[in-house]
Write a protein that binds this ligand. Structure first.
Ligand code: HEM
Length: 210
């Protein structure tokens, strides 16, 4: 398993696999398939996958610790960037086809429709994370500050789930399932932080005593 996960081919295969949902969205248009509501089709497809990739990215750290597979970390940045890609496509669909570049209409929407406000927040929070995802930015910010900044992915995921929940009128089962998963991941992160805290505190005390 370790060799499989460490292989560059595994990473390349995952990269291609992550393009699958995009192909599933684009192909029906290329083959002139009948799509009753094309805008909704793209908006829902890209929104669904942005949220799925966000959740998958968040599961990497717990999985690598629970399964003792440190190599999983190699895929985290790529999966996070795919979340951002699908969120960009989702927002672009809204900007181009829904609002036809009418920035005034968009601001009105962000201000007046709570589910759009949440989506907008979820998306804007991902922008600095995508920009600072490179090794150069980790060096520039320093590991600690970079890690603190990248915790914003949890806030983005929470906003995205609320965005989804507020959008659906009655079929709440899917957003509620996402909420439960994000909740468990957040609790796990909190537990991990609390478990490591005494060690961190004693390290700080040792340093102060020197
Ligand atoms: C990380 C950011 C975002 C995520 C993860 C996300 C996720 C989602 C999801 C899961 C859906 C529902 C799909 C379905 O029903 O199958 C959705 C729908 C939608 N989202 Fe987002 N979204 C994000 C950002 C945004 C932004 C920035 C906007 C616009 C400013 C936006 C506008 C919409 C609209 C208009 C719909 C469809 C509403 C309808 O069907 O009436 N979203 N989004």
């Amino acid at each position: 398993m370790h060799i499989f996960l460490a292989s560059k081919w595994t990473k390349a295969a995952l990269f291609l696999l992550c393009l699958g949902p995009l192909a599933a969205i684009v192909l029906p248009f290329l083959t002139h398939a009948i799509i009753p509501d094309p805008l909704q089709f793209i908006q829902h497809g890209t929104g669904d996958w942005a949220l799925r990739f966000l959740v998958i990215t968040l599961t990497i750290t717990p999985l690598r610790q629970i399964l003792h597979l440190p190599e999983l970390i190699r895929f985290r940045r790529m999966l996070g960037l795919y979340a951002f890609l699908y969120a960009c496509l989702h927002f672009t669909t809204y900007l181009v086809f829904d609002k036809i570049f009418d920035l005034h209409e968009i601001w009105k929407d962000v201000y007046k429709r709570p589910f759009i406000t949440m989506g907008f927040l979820a998306f804007t929070l991902l922008i600095p994370l995508a920009i600072t995802s490179t090794a150069g930015w980790i060096r520039r910010l320093g590991g600690r500050r970079w890690r603190i900044l990248h915790r914003a992915i949890y806030i983005s995921a929470v906003c995205a789930v609320i965005h989804y929940y507020w959008l659906v009128k009655s079929a709440v089962i899917r957003p509620v399932t996402y909420a439960a998963i994000v909740g468990v991941l957040l609790l796990w992160r909190l537990g991990d932080w609390l478990a490591k805290r005494p060690r961190n505190d004693s390290r700080v005390q040792q340093r102060l005593a020197q």
